[in-house]
Ligand binder design. Structure first.
Ligand code: F6R
Length: 615
């Protein structure tokens, strides 16, 4: 979703902000802009629909300089994608006398924007864009003009008043003609400030990743905390909504381990991240068996919930389905899993002995955070399975397990899925035996070895994708433990290759979807030792209707190979419950190669955002 970067310091901030925006490209966006303080003492904006490159081109022609600057990548919610709707929004010609020059950037949704807009138009404010964001700027101007009439005009107070009037989750950064100050505040949307005391620079962003290597300390303000960044004393002060100094801010040194991720020799981040899985699995094992993770695991070993609720979205929800299977099979604890967007509105049946688990790569997904808040309000114990350290989910859940996936840049989640599921398995193992068992990590490391072998033969999957990427549709099937990865395979394929794909429990096909099968439909069948005969019968049913069969199946299974059009042999030996995670890597590679042959924008698929911070 929208990315925000702001800078105050001794340097020209333009390139610094553009670099920050470049790092946030992975979040998904459709336009970009910056605002600067011009030599005439007024703010000017440069903004352009499309790729960041378009903005860079206009900036490089004009060479603006500004010690204070804010930038934004927009992911459209209200108003089509065009230059006008891009951020920053600037106050020029919004009010009659143009006394103020203010620019704002916004991430989120102002739910009561239509009502406020009407009221503001009636009071003489002109709007230039179709966005909800500009309404906040209108409110701000309105507040300033009203206060001025009583001779008390004050930016800070006007910002607080305007902020109190909006509904919904939002983060804002506000720039005025005071070159020494930026203001930022948020509710239910990510916002981080950063300082570098040596270079006397200050930063603000929607994502700490933008600040890696720039800030050495980062601050995470609570909701409703106004951050005032001051260039003169290189300090950030924090205030509550009544304007009183506040300490409701978490801070930490910027993670050294959080390196800026580059693609290296890989053509896409997604491929790099698929290939990173063995290494990241071993990192997870080391962290929890020998590293700081031991303490986290010891802390959660006491859990013995009567029932577990799992909430998450998208791929993280699929990881939740895998974890549910683990917990029910090995712990015999009933698990209820809900999409976070459903859970939050359904008045779930929760009891004090329950545990609620939230799974998220980013830790900033709006629906997942709302589901977490609901459980926190009802005093249900909460556990986060999360990748991004310092994210809202990580900070707000009662306990957290970090999945150790490292930065995931590709919009399509790959390594995070595998590590979320393994973290869930580890959690189940620890609460079952009340201690850390090395055996589970041996199994994880065996999975890492197997994935490594599979990746060495990625060419065979590429060759299959090349032959069938133009087929009409793809149905991924699997039974039992393999069903969640059938869903995940289909999601991966549709999101990056833009083809119709569905995941089904193999036994369900004949209850409807088999009507789709003809010689232009492909069935990717996940066949593993459990329920082997049943799954093979389902393949026969598809074959009888001339569907194309791609089987992910046991090595040396000649019969299965014969009935399949394409066959990917797997070594399942010793992996047991981890088999679905191994088979899923085939689907990841298959989706990647189909997308590559289709020529789509693999790392930044259309319409998608990496971190979904709106409902
Ligand atoms: C799909 C994908 C999404 C995310 C979902 C939740 O490849 O990445 O479905 O899994 O938006 O995001 P997180 O895990 O950040 O909460």
């Amino acid at each position: 979703m929208c990315g925000i970067v702001g800078y105050l310091g001794p340097q020209n901030g333009i390139n610094i902000v553009l670099e920050g925006l470049r790092r946030l490209e992975y979040r998904g966006y459709d336009s970009a802009g910056i605002s600067v303080l011009g030599a005439n003492g007024r703010l000017a904006v440069f903004k352009k629909a499309g790729k960041l490159e378009n903005l860079r081109n206009i900036v490089s022609e004009i060479h603006p300089t500004s010690n204070t600057t804010i930038g934004h990548t927009r992911w459209a919610t209200h108003g089509e994608v065009n230059d006008t709707n891009a951020h920053p929004h600037i106050s020029d010609s919004m009010a009659v006398d143009d006394e103020y020059s203010i620019a704002i950037v916004h991430n989120g949704i102002i739910e009561n924007a239509p009502i406020l807009k009407k009221e503001l138009i009636d009071s003489g404010i002109n709007f230039k864009s179709q966005t909800d964001s500009e309404v906040f700027l209108g409110l701000l101007l309105h507040e300033l003009y009203q206060a001025k009439s009583s001779k008390k005009a004050d930016y800070m107070q006007a910002i607080l008043n305007a902020f109190k009037r909006i509904k919904g989750n939002s983060a804002f950064v506000i720039q005025t003609t005071d070159d020494n100050t930026l203001y930022a505040l948020k509710k239910g949307a990510p916002l981080v400030c950063g300082t570098n005391q040596r270079s006397r620079e200050l930063f603000v962003s929607s994502d700490p990743y933008a600040l890696v290597g720039m800030a050495d300390k980062v601050f995470f303000p609570d909701d409703g905390i106004l951050c005032v960044l001051n260039r003169q004393n290189s300090q950030i002060r924090f205030f509550d909504l009544e304007g009183r100094p506040s300490s409701k801010v978490a801070s930490r040194d910027q993670e050294i381990s959080m390196q800026v991720s580059e693609k290296g020799a890989f053509e896409h981040y997604m491929l790099k991240e698929i290939f990173e899985q063995p290494e990241r699995i071993r990192t997870l094992s080391n962290y929890y068996l020998h590293g700081n993770g031991q303490l986290l695991l010891q802390k959660i070993a006491h859990h013995h919930p009567k029932q577990i609720h799992i909430s998450a979205c998208g791929t993280a929800w699929h990881a939740g389905l895998v974890i549910k299977n683990f917990l029910e099979r090995f712990n015999r604890i009933p698990c209820v899993i809900e999409l976070a967007s459903e859970f939050r509105y359904k008045n779930p049946i929760l009891s004090p002995e329950d545990l609620a688990i939230f799974i998220s790569q980013s830790g900033e997904t709006a629906d997942t955070l709302a589901a977490l808040d609901l459980c926190l309000e009802q005093k249900i114990k909460t556990l986060a399975i999360v990748n991004v350290e310092g994210s809202t989910l990580h900070r707000n859940a009662n306990e957290s397990l970090l999945i150790q996936a490292g930065m995931e840049i590709g919009v399509a989640s790959t390594k995070a899925f595998t590590l979320q599921a393994l973290t869930g398995r580890m959690f189940g193992d620890v609460i079952q035996s009340k201690k850390i068992n090395s055996a589970i990590f041996d199994k994880f490391n065996l999975l890492a070895d197997r994935i490594e072998e599979l990746l060495r033969s990625a060419d065979q999957i590429q060759a299959i994708a090349e032959e069938i990427y133009n087929y009409k549709g793809f149905i991924f099937t699997g039974r039992g433990d393999d069903f969640p990865v059938a869903l995940e395979g289909a999601l991966k394929l549709k999101e990056i290759a833009y083809v119709h794909a569905e995941g089904y429990a193999a036994g369900e096909l004949k209850h409807g979807p088999i009507a789709l099968i003809d010689e232009m439909m492909v069935n990717l069948a996940i066949v593993t030792p459990k329920l082997y005969e049943k799954t093979v019968s389902n393949i026969q049913e598809i074959k009888a209707r001339r569907g194309i069969i791609v089987t992910i199946g046991p090595a040396n299974d000649h019969h299965l190979q014969e009935i399949s059009n394409y066959y990917i042999p797997m070594n399942y030996e010793g992996l047991d419950e981890l088999i679905p995670l191994y088979a899923n890597v085939v689907s990841q590679l298959f989706s990647y190669y189909v997308a590559k042959f289709k020529g789509t924008d693999i790392d930044k698929p259309r319409n998608l955002a990496k971190s979904v911070t709106v409902e």
